[in-house]
Design a protein around this ligand. Structure first.
Ligand code: HQG
Length: 180
């Protein structure tokens, strides 16, 4: 079983295009696992997959992207669907990090961090994770440091993705510094 490919397909369904799988996400992004399985069984590649395969996919993944609970499944972050997924507000560590490409810095300096094509800005709990995120875009990422304490004082909210990924609606430039 190609769990990485399965994870990509399920992320695509649950983050970006549920309608292509005849799925409807609820406010929290959940869908019944059996509906997802029924949709995937229509595709030759996934015609035999089971809930156990999905459990295994989540278990062995290097990132916690999906969550199963009470017969439902959701993507924990990354959404671009039109309906805004409600995330749980939480108190983040005093600093969060964001790895990005130097080519975006001019725009980020002007507008702060924006969700761009997703629903939320994605922030990392530690520098290592931020580096890996940035490396998806460039070999030498810029690491931004977010002062979450100051940001919260000014009303910026933070939401839980998974234990390494935090979400925010946007981060104004005054709370961002560049790691040297
Ligand atoms: C940049 C992956 C110009 C931002 C990762 C980023 C993450 C701006 C890009 C998760 C900007 C959006 C999300 C502005 C932000 N002007 N560019 N004002 N504000 N940007 O991929 O955070 O493996 O949508 O810096 O690991 O890179 O899929 O977001 O470079 O956790 O599970 O706009 O996706 O997880 O890029 O990554 P993305 P991201 P998975």
């Amino acid at each position: 079983m190609n769990y990485q490919k399965m994870s990509k397909e399920i992320s695509y369904a649950l983050r970006h295009a549920p309608w292509k799988y005849e799925l409807e996400l609820d406010d929290g992004g959940w869908v019944p696992v059996n509906q997802l399985l029924t949709a995937l069984h229509q595709l030759k590649e996934w015609e035999n997959i089971t809930q156990e395969d999905i459990e295994q996919m989540i278990l062995i993944s290097e990132k916690k992207r999906h969550e199963l609970s009470n017969g439902k499944i959701r993507a924990l972050y990354g959404h671009s669907v039109p309906m805004k997924i409600t995330k749980k507000k939480a108190i983040p560590p005093r600093k969060l990090y964001h790895g990005t490409s130097p080519k975006f810095m001019e725009s980020i300096n002007e507008s702060g961090l924006l969700p761009m094509s997703r629903q939320y800005v994605h922030l990392s709990e530690d520098i290592e994770t931020a580096k890996l995120v940035g490396k998806r875009k460039t070999s030498a990422p810029v690491i931004l440091i977010i002062d979450t304490e100051e940001a919260q004082k000014k009303g910026i909210k933070f939401y839980l993705g998974n234990e390494k990924v935090w979400l925010a609606d946007s981060i104004p430039i005054e709370f961002i510094s560049i790691k040297k």
